[in-house]
Design a protein around this ligand. Structure first.
Ligand code: CR6
Length: 825
């Protein structure tokens, strides 16, 4: 008998010496270079890999614990993720920053210098993608067995630059220098079909089982990134799929006869599927490639989920007990039909059983109220691209409408409204309807949003199936958006509360409530804010050339450019301030810096013009010596997660001024309030819940609420009447119209004026007076420094509810019904 050899498993040491040894070894053997000749990227990559190794260890143990426990898993399907930079996060989560600092110092480099190579993966547009990243962070932190699935776009969200004040989009080649955080897993690749034909199964009497022969196949190759939990051993993964041509695609015959371009035709076509993120936020986009992306994500992920299920389980009866799939908005909703197809056509499960499994597996989160954001796909496109799925949709709809007819005999109107198929000149598939029909739970992302969904957008469904509807108010991870973004404030909080427990139990911030009354604490709080503003000022000067005063009120509006979010209203306020200063230069004004950040979708011309106007106003303001004494306007380009982490800790005032009833939730509002910014906002989305918690005295409320806005619209809204009735408003609009921001050229911004006076779709003019008056209250409040600081502290103290840990706990309890699995050290 041979003696058992100890199993080889490399474990990383946990001392400074171990870390340093690994670092040097990785530089030498992994990167193939020496300390003497290492470049900046060499240093960054080596550090990243050395930190990553500490997580690999935990990941291996997590996988083993999950295998042993065979738990119910959450699979989060999302077309978008905005993960943010990884280095700082992973230093924090492995507690290795304390070693890296002295080692780096020894070597004569700074962490900050290496961090510039830490490129954030911009695989999302805005709030929805960042929410997905926050939820993954919290799931890992709460030891929830989970996998995130997404697309590894070769080009993420475009880089925004300004030329003559206009937005110019540049490609985001985020993997150019390689991505040290991901692991390719080619063994888990999947084949995905498109187009082709379907054939009946002669042995199937029901006619519901078919055979699909795709006309084109593409390979999906996965890689994964590690998603560590904070203060725990769990490391989950996010698996991202990249499209590759299947092996047969290279046309050797054509290549042989010199048709080089044609020879790679199919390769190009296939690889285009994951080429680029659609840079569109909240609008439906009817493009074949986008639908292909969606199906590609779904087909790869479902097969991977089934592969994982079968590692420990067999049969289908137990599938929904082990698998819960969360659909992040409508983008992955074709999964409902794909799971039906896999079960019925490929695994021979009967239709009814397959439907019961499918419905128990899926849940759907809706993130909008805007009708233009609810995806619909032309039936003809689906018939061509996914012929079998279209048949399955018809069958699902057939059985569903039988149920509707049984519930409402004789009411064909309700049948037409609820049908998954929208009739008309061009018949379309309503993806949100398909999602609700195919799910156990449907949720909105803030209380008002859920209420309005049930009353309007999904009213018929909420009436038929009230038990399916839930609210789960969004949240944000306090690790990234407080601890990492705002280390100074975090230190102060920890000193005040005694320990760092608040990082995983954010309601403990309530303990700061009493400190708000302590003048010494308030002074320390102000000092932190000021230091953050000094740092921001330096960064803003570097990126825009404009000097800002760290003692001025930092008034920030950071979010995607969208009419409903009403950057135009903020601009009217800025112009009003300009006009007041011009009219009375000697008066005293509260000094302000207005900071804008955000991108507009490349095809969204109205918002691109508004960006140009913001930059033009900024130019006029910052170069006029009289105005610039009181006011500065800055717009650092390319707002992203990294920049958010710089701006948020320095903000005094958070602009959340969407037309009530339009912003589903917002999450920037939470991040800003958590960092002690006061909100000026409407009763919209999660603003309402923020105000409820921080207290009406600590929140600047203005404007119409959702019923008032709806009533005004019904009564025939006329922006012109508001324009005519308000002198300052008229002056502000006329200032734009006069060409004052276009060197006298009246035509440049005429469309902005026309939009305001013509339709003013989001009723900015109706809220203008309330908004400007409220801003005067803000300025007044700012002059009482002690009171302002107290309000600021109370905002932080009372925002513990908005931790994404709480959000995930609610998903677990109400929707997912999953239990944590602890991973032992
Ligand atoms: N644009 C909502 O508009 C919400 C996020 C996350 C949005 C926003 O209010 O906070 O989702 N919706 O739930 C969509 O993207 C469809 C967003 O980010």
């Amino acid at each position: 008998m041979t003696e058992a050899r100890p199993r080889l498993r490399r474990t990383v040491g946990d001392s400074l010496e171990d870390f340093e040894r690994d670092l040097i070894s990785n530089l030498y053997y992994q990167r193939g270079t020496t300390i003497e000749s290492a470049s900046g990227p060499d240093g960054y990559h080596t550090l990243a890999v050395t930190v990553r190794d500490r997580l690999v260890d935990r990941y291996a143990r997590t996988a083993a614990a999950h295998y042993a426990a065979n738990p119910r898993f959450v699979y989060y399907l999302s077309a978008e993720y905005l993960l943010g930079r990884q280095l700082r996060q992973n230093l924090l989560y492995t507690d290795t920053e304390r070693w890296v600092r002295p080692i780096a110092e020894d070597l004569g480099v700074s962490l900050e210098a290496l961090e510039v190579y830490d490129v954030e993966p911009g695989l999302g547009n805005g709030g929805l993608g960042r929410l997905a990243a926050c939820l993954l962070d919290s799931m890992a932190t709460l030891d929830i067995p989970a996998v995130g699935y997404g697309i590894r776009y070769e080009f993420g969200i475009f880089k925004q630059t300004f030329r003559d004040g206009q937005q110019v989009e540049r490609p985001d080649d985020w993997t150019f220098y390689g991505n040290p955080w991901e692991f390719p897993a080619p063994d888990d690749r999947q084949l995905v079909g498109f187009y082709g034909t379907t054939k009946a199964d002669p042995k199937d009497p029901t006619g519901l089982k078919k055979h699909w022969v795709p006309g084109e196949t593409v390979r999906g190759e996965p890689s994964h990134m590690l998603v560590p939990g904070y203060g725990t051993q769990t490391v989950n993964i996010i698996r991202l799929w990249q499209a590759r041509a299947s092996r047969e695609s290279f046309d050797l015959a054509r290549f042989g006869v010199g048709q080089y371009v044609e020879a790679v035709d199919d390769i190009v076509k296939a690889e285009n599927i994951s080429k680029v993120l659609y840079p569109d936020d909240s609008t439906e986009l009817g493009r074949e490639l986008r639908l292909k992306q969606q199906y590609f994500l779904v087909a790869c992920s479902l097969r991977d989920i089934i592969r994982r299920y079968r590692l420990r389980n067999s049969g289908w009866e137990g599938f929904a007990d082990k698998v819960v799939i969360q659909l992040n908005d409508t983008h992955p909703v074709v999964a409902v039909t794909e799971l039906m197809r896999l079960l019925v056509d490929e695994h021979g499960v009967g239709w009814d059983e397959a439907w019961s499994i499918t419905r128990r597996t899926f849940n759907y989160t809706c993130h909008t109220l805007l009708p233009e954001a609810l995806e619909t796909w032309p039936v003809r496109l689906l018939e061509r691209l996914l012929p079998r799925h279209m048949e399955i949709i018809y069958a699902i709809n057939h059985f569903f409408l039988e149920e509707v007819r049984a519930a409402y005999p004789g009411d064909e109107d309700v049948v037409r409204r609820m049908s998954v198929i929208q009739e008309g000149d061009e018949r379309r598939v309503r993806m949100a309807h398909l999602a609700v029909v195919g799910s156990t739970a449907v949720n909105g992302v803030a209380e008002l949003h859920t209420k309005l969904l049930a009353e309007t957008t999904l009213h018929d469904f909420a009436t038929l199936w009230p038990e399916r509807f839930h609210n789960v108010t969004n949240g944000v991870t306090p690790r990234r958006f407080l601890r990492m973004a705002n280390p100074r404030l975090s230190t102060l909080i920890t000193e005040s509360l005694g320990d760092e427990g608040w990082l995983t139990d954010l309601e403990r911030l309530h303990g700061l409530g009493t400190a708000a009354d302590d003048p010494a604490f308030r002074a320390a709080w102000r000092d932190v804010k000021r230091q953050n503003k000094v740092e921001l000022a330096a960064a803003v000067e570097r990126s825009t050339g404009v000097l800002i005063d760290p003692d001025a009120l930092a008034d920030v509006m950071i979010k995607r450019f969208h009419e409903y979010k009403r950057q135009q209203l903020k601009l009217l306020h800025v112009i009003t301030m300009v006009n007041r200063i011009r009219a009375d230069p000697q008066a005293t004004y509260v000094p302000r810096t207005v900071l804008f950040g955000g991108k507009a979708a490349p095809g969204y011309h109205a918002m691109k013009l508004l960006i140009q106007l913001v930059n033009a106003v900024a130019d006029v303001v910052n170069t006029d010596p009289v105005i610039a004494r009181h006011l500065r306007v800055v717009f650092p380009p390319d707002y992203n997660v990294t920049k958010a982490q710089f701006v948020i800790p320095a903000a005094d005032l958070s602009e959340q001024i969407s037309l009530a009833g339009k912003e589903a939730s917002g999450t920037g509002n939470m991040k800003l309030a958590l960092n002690g910014a006061l909100t000026i906002g409407t009763l919209d989305g999660a603003n309402i819940e923020i105000r409820d918690r921080v207290g009406a005295d600590n929140f600047f409320l203005f404007g119409m609420d959702a019923p008032a806005a709806a009533a005004l619209r019904r009564s025939g809204y006329s922006p012109r009447s508001f324009y005519e009735a308000d002198f300052e408003l008229r002056l502000a609009v006329d200032t734009i119209a006069s060409g004052a921001f276009a060197k006298g050229d009246r035509s440049v911004f005429a469309p902005v004026v026309d939009a305001m006076l013509g339709r003013d779709e989001y009723m900015a003019l109706a809220d203008y007076r309330a908004y400007v008056d409220c801003q005067d209250t803000v300025a007044e409040a700012w002059t009482d420094t002690e009171r302002w600081t107290r309000m600021s502290v109370l905002n932080t103290a009372r925002c513990g509810f908005f931790s994404s840990d709480r959000t995930v706990r609610e998903y677990c309890a109400q929707i997912w019904k999953v239990d944590p699995v602890r991973v032992s050290p």
